[in-house]
Design a protein around this ligand. Structure first.
Ligand SMILES: NC(=O)C1=CN([C@@H]2O[C@H](COP(=O)(O)OP(=O)(O)OC[C@H]3O[C@@H](n4cnc5c(N)ncnc54)[C@H](OP(=O)(O)O)[C@@H]3O)[C@@H](O)[C@H]2O)C=CC1
Ligand SMILES: N[C@@H](CC(=O)OP(=O)(O)O)C(=O)O
Length: 362
């Protein structure tokens, strides 16, 4: 269906996630970049002068000379959607001000993920959660504005394969995950080279708690009448996470062990078939940024690997490999996602594409 382009804004446009937003949105079939926002340090200057561009493709011509705005609603008032890659120290207040000004905000920041009115949407997992924005608007007495969040990047890496398992075999009981997370996850300039080269740092502040909590909201359903989220209440899911920072630039790897709620466990061949046969609503809706394959199953015993596999489907899929029996739980596997693309900007953009297809963005 052809439609006129929807004007969009990007908050935090100069940052690590903001750059991926620009890359995705500069040539997007539904959206047209209209306004860019960042801190007072960057506001009033041309984008190319202030961004510390780290992608291997050049800064798109259409934004090079765009003047960066302060993150206030006025310059964004014509935008049908505003994407946020803001630092969490400032995202809470700014995103709320945009919503109050009747703007639609799709955010990467953690501030509203636990809000009982805000969908925590991973586009390849729970696109149905978008329905709750009507209740959010009703409760906050808004007619157009709302906030939708996407998940922590490591949470996103695991919930996509976990959803494939739930769809095929029913509820999960216990999940144990150990991550190896890329340095780009910490933004720019992020982790000091003296800390990360020749090293592994076995701590990422707040990360384990986010994975353990967010998974249940995402895999849980929507309450009757779309008045909130059930947090997997009927089948409580216990998640335990260990998070590590490793000297990789992009791509979070996670080792995951799963116990199903049902007594009988599927065979490894059935689990492999569930991963490779997983089809998501983002794909059936033909969202332009959705991957051709949501879970890419690898056969080689030493895959997936960040450097070799993070670019599959332009970083919009999750790679899974090493699917095997687990002596303690039922099955274990390794998964990989590009933390700045499907782990951040790409998820927000697919979420917005879903919202367009379902009539929540006009
Ligand atoms: N990197 C990743 O893999 C992921 C990041 N996220 C989340 O996305 C968000 C952005 O992360 P990331 O891109 O890595 O961070 P960066 O540090 O790379 O970028 C932060 C952005 O926020 C802007 N900013 C900082 N302070 C202010 C302020 N006072 N007012 C307005 N804008 C401000 C910066 O502008 P300026 O350049 O002018 O300082 C910059 O554009 C964070 O909330 C992060 O937690 C989520 C998932 C994954
Ligand atoms: N904490 C993640 C990135 C991130 O910003 O997460 P969150 O959006 O949950 O704050 C990492 O370091 O890899």
């Amino acid at each position: 269906m052809s439609r006129s382009p929807i004007k969009v804004g990007i908050l935090g446009a100069t940052g690590t996630v903001g750059q991926r937003f620009i890359e995705l949105l500069a040539t997007h079939p539904y959206f047209e970049i209209h306004a860019l926002g960042a801190s007072a340090r960057s506001a009033g200057k041309e984008y190319a002068q202030v961004t510390k561009w780290k992608l291997s493709t050049p800064v798109p011509e259409s934004v090079r000379k765009m003047v960066v705005q302060e993150c206030v609603p006025e310059p964004f008032k014509e935008c049908g959607v505003v994407f946020s890659g803001l630092d969490h120290d400032v995202a809470g207040e700014i995103e709320d001000a945009f919503r109050t000004a009747e703007l639609v905000v799709f955010s990467n920041a953690k501030n509203y993920r636990r809000d009982p009115l805000v969908p925590l949407m991973v586009p390849l997992v729970n696109p149905d959660h978008i329905e709750v924005v009507k209740y959010q608007q009703q409760q906050l007495k808004l007619s157009k504005g709302y906030i939708v969040c996407n998940a922590n990047c490591s949470t996103t890496a695991i919930v996509v394969p976990l959803k494939a398992l739930e769809v095929a075999f029913g509820p999960l009981k216990t999940v144990m995950v150990t991550t190896m997370q890329a340095i780009s996850g910490a933004g720019y300039p992020g982790v000091s080279s003296l800390d990360i080269l020749d090293n592994v740092v076995p701590y990422i502040g707040g990360e384990e708690e986010k994975i353990e909590w967010e998974t249940s909201k995402i895999l849980g359903g929507v309450l009757p009448g779309a008045t909130g989220f059930d947090l997997h209440a009927a089948n409580p899911l216990t998640v335990s996470a260990n998070c590590n920072r490793v000297p990789v630039i992009d791509g979070h790897l996670a080792c995951v062990s799963v116990q199903f709620a049902a007594e009988t466990k599927p065979s490894i061949d059935e689990v492999r078939a569930a991963f490779s046969g997983f089809v998501t609503e983002a794909q059936t809706l033909k969202c332009p940024s959705a991957p051709g394959q949501a879970v890419v199953l690898h056969d080689a015993p030493d895959r997936p690997q960040p450097r070799l596999d993070r670019d599959l489907y332009a970083g919009a899929c999750v790679s899974v490999g090493r699917v095997r029996d687990c002596n303690i739980f039922d099955v274990k596997f390794v998964c990989l996602l590009d933390n700045v693309r499907l782990g951040a900007a790409t998820s927000s953009v697919i979420n917005a594409e879903i919202a367009v297809e379902k009539g929540y963005i006009v």
